[in-house]
Design a protein around this ligand. Sequence first.
Ligand code: IFM
Length: 727
Amino acid sequence: MAELWTISESSFNPERIRHNETVFTQGNGYLGTRGAFEEFYPDEQRATFVHGVFDDLPVVFTELVNFPDWLEVEIFLDGERFSLADGEILAFERHLDLHTGLLTRTVRWRSPQGRTTWLEFQRFASLANVHLACLQVILTPENYSGGVELRSGLDAGADNLGFKHWDWLGQGFDGQTCWLKLRTHTTEIEAGMATSIAVTADEDIETHVWDVHGHPTLAFNTQVSVGHDVRLEKKASIFTGRDCADPLASARAELAHLPEHAWDELWQAHTRCWKEEWQRCDVLIEGDDEAQLAIRFNLYHLLIAAPRSEERVSIGAKTLSGYGYRGHAFWDTEIFMLPFFTYTRPEIARNLLSYRFHNLPGARDKATTNGFSGAQYPWESAGDGREVTPTWVPNPSDRANMIRIWTGDIEIHISADIVYAVWQYWLVSQDDEFLINRGAEIILETARFWASRLEWNNENRRYELTDVIGPDEYHDHVDNNAYTNHLARWHLRKAHWLGGWLKEQNPQAARQLFNRLGLVEETFSHWQQVADHIYCPLDVETGLIEQFDGYFKRKDVDLAALEPRTESVQNLLGIESANDTQVLKQPDVVMLMYLLPEEIDPAVAQKNYDYYTARTDLTYGSSLGPSIQAIMATRLGSPEQAYENFMRAARADLEDVRGNAGDGIHGASAGGLWQTVVFGFGGLQVNVDGWKLAPKLPKHWKRLAFKFAWRGEEVSIDLGGKEGENT
Ligand code: IFM
């Protein structure tokens, strides 16, 4: 069944080069390297990103910095440069083995002058030692003998789509190792990179040192004859000032203790780690090969982006696999990706939530700047937790004009989303220590924000939230978004509960925290009282929850009448016109029903699901939509819709449905896919008392098996199989 672990490409596709760079990204939770080729092509976006290494720039404030290229290997075959853009490709295959993270490319290439060579490229980003990445190239001439030259090194010229972040501090060589010392321009994060390169061949090898400024390179020359191999092994090491005091010394030391040929040893250690990952996380689907491969592909991408030993970084919306959203983290992490980690790798979930804890100062600043109390999390967050949502961006269809982005100002539900994730993590892990020492402060400080942000409407005798954006971003500046109001109410009630729980569990910690935050008995009872008076709309006659005040008065558009189309409704109609309609970019009321099922009566849920589903731009709207729709369809008994939306999420990046996969993996869609399988089809439900299953597998699935960690114990679920325990 190797093919159900392998993503393959069977021809060289220059027109899909960026999409495939994203798909074939490798990483280890510390770094991510896009699947660019060792040689160079137009339109490529070769990039390596390291978690937490941000630098400032205009418009988007800050972005993950592209590291010096460690992939480059230029190959000259008897004087002819190897390039798939020239000559003839006689055979080409590329495979990403999801089980081990190994990327392999085999090519049979005839040069313009008729020299035929077999080439094999392999590489991996070590999971056993996250500061190391390895690459090898083996080439065999088929019909000629002659000179072979291989050039490889490190290129500090790496920029971010034309913007340079690196200041060069030095470079040098130790034998067959070359190194670079750099510093980011504004954030002043130092980086040390080293690479050691070993070439083996039958004949003698001449090695040349090219000390080109910013691009230390080693060139190897040898003679080769028909049927004989030349092999290059390259190991690269990366450290930054975020990891240690002297990153260059660490990078050099890392390589110094390795033998010249270390591939086998490093590979063994790496694959052992991957085996353990999959033992905890794999999902088995029998009867649907496309779904099986897609879920593994998406989990692979979450796993390679997951910080295992760092608690001051998060996972950006596009993971570490592309320039999209510049590495910024959104609610995508807590609501879409985090559940996978909470249930299978709670240590990683804790790291990700700790990132929000450490960034409370940024959230406090945001609240204060906006005139509120407590902590208000940024809509987009990067290195230090301040708001980094761009205020203006160029209009993609008319670059001379700028579009005002309001999400950083008024998409405020993120503070409750983060608390929701803290609560879920605690529910599943029972990590009291985290809740007491970190989670509580997140929950209470953001509760203070809500209490100050909610507005008392004296006429209607209720609290309201005006001028917000809900999850459906086709509509901005709306009042009383049902999702936001419900989540704020839920959040204040949880904060009230937490006050009592903390006092009971650890009176001393409670006293200290309450004193530090200035919380008294009355604060908690006030929150409860505010929560009880938050306006949460429901039309009792129709059973509909109005998404926001006046939504039903907007123009109703028949989505089917817009078909066939290949772009979002917002692109088709324009921003203003889409805003005037009832069309949704992504689930909003349906999202609310997903997260807080206990707050919505099942009959009401069905009516709202039907109403809003018909108006949601599921094909080309947000990639966050399909998985949630799929789960709700499963819960409400629409199996066809559930499977259709599940496959939409499954194909989001593999098939580049929205045409933007080149910008990076849609991390939220990947996390949502796992939730669809486990919470939707698997029917896993949890609450304070425990977990239960109400599975509803797609008819053609023969078996679904997955594992999760429940309060320290591993639980194995096996559904539908003959041997299955839980059939
Ligand atoms: O967070 C999402 C948002 O919900 C929809 N627009 C894209 C963002 C990043 O993925």
